[in-house]
Design a protein around this ligand. Sequence first.
Ligand code: ATP
Ligand code: MN
Length: 457
Amino acid sequence: MKHTEIAKILSDRKLIGTETTVCGWVRTFRDSASVCFLELADGTSFTKLQVVIDKSAVKFDGECSRLGAAVAVTGELVKAYKGDGVELNATELRLLGKCPLEYPIQKKRTTLEFLRSIPHLRLRTNTFNAVFKVRSVAAQAVHRYFHERGYYYVNTPIITASDCEGAGEMFRVTTASWNAKASSEEEYFKNDFFSQRAGLSVSGQLEGEVAATAFSKIYTFGPSFRAEKSNTTRHLSEFWHIEPEVAFAELPDIIEIAEDMIKYLIRAVMEECPEEMTFFDNFMEKGLKDKLNHVLNSDFAVCEYSEAIDILKKAKADFKFLAEWGADLQTEHEKYLTEQVFKKPVFVTNYPKQIKSFYMKQNADGKTVAATDLLVPGIGEIIGCSEREADYDKLVSAMKERGMNLDSYAQYLDLRRFGSVPHSGFGLGFERFVMYVTGVENIRDVTLFPRWVGNIM
Ligand code: ATP
Ligand code: MN
């Protein structure tokens, strides 16, 4: 269909005075004695286009003025009566698709909870338009950031036989029938599609290391799957994962990269989505833009895990879980550190080895590993990061301590046999980043069709 997108109309002053056709959905309709006003959205811009209809001159189907109706409007673009925008003086309205009264998006501001129950329609609201614009801009910026710096973009397998952490949170991939007969677990998997147990990858890291020890700098940007039953505002069963892996980088190097990347992404979103960010600042998180500007203009804090435990022990806060050296930080601890103590993003470094993964570089103290989590206000962890153990013997002993099957990690171990180098990487949860920059509090509201335990709409 020949038409002009609203984003184009609003940004190109040269179109004023011309005749054009605009297509979109009716967002509001106001009627007065001689004229009526229709706000039209086509999703290409946050701001909608005001259409002015002179009732004595333009006859149109009443269905055209219903909320949610799809219409094509032809008319002359003129300077707005008020302000310095543009509006369309309609000469013809054509109904493309009518929208009956039971259309669920009626009030201007419906709750996010309610909108979660209509994931196929909620994208037509201002909030979701803004969220997905930011998400799209941030995704492009991720690629730009790494591409500009010479990283290879690699795609690691989604179906995998290895469980990155050696933990049991993987979704299984199978074609075996529900009542497949087998006399043992081994036989069951032998008869399955891949002749062994397979699942959806929880992380592309292990394969990322393979690529980084050939190309030096790589990143992945794809989905990861976690079958953990955590019913929280920051966990999904399927999320998008950004995982750079860098050869010849030690922990301080990768920390520098992570901070630089986060700032780059924030800057991109603020520059490319000014209207959306103002909207979030007004309606989602007061002071959001100030918060982000402060982040851009200051260094992230760095704090040793041991120091963090000391701070938490002395804290005058009512924690549900006790902070104790050797225990993992709970979300409440993470939030306290980043929100109350540092008041900005903070890298907590050098965690006890027993609470972290086998592949992390063992520090000289024999007790900690060169790992860091980046914690941000409002969310807690958004990045999990570490220098990887590059020493064959140390890696093998960490795996044995955890009772892991060395045979299934033969390729991974080979990286430590053939030209092993120090290398580091991290995983950023893309949805958590989007939450952080938009102020949206629930991860289910930054994902088209969120999946979590018991829910796959
Ligand atoms: P958490 O402690 O918050 O459950 P994690 O330590 O299990 O996270 P990692 O394995 O370190 O997570 O994954 C790297 C990053 O991926 C995390 O910092 C987070 O941003 C993101 N992430 C992990 N699990 C999820 C999930 N279930 N949903 C959304 N994002 C996730
Ligand atoms: Mn982590």
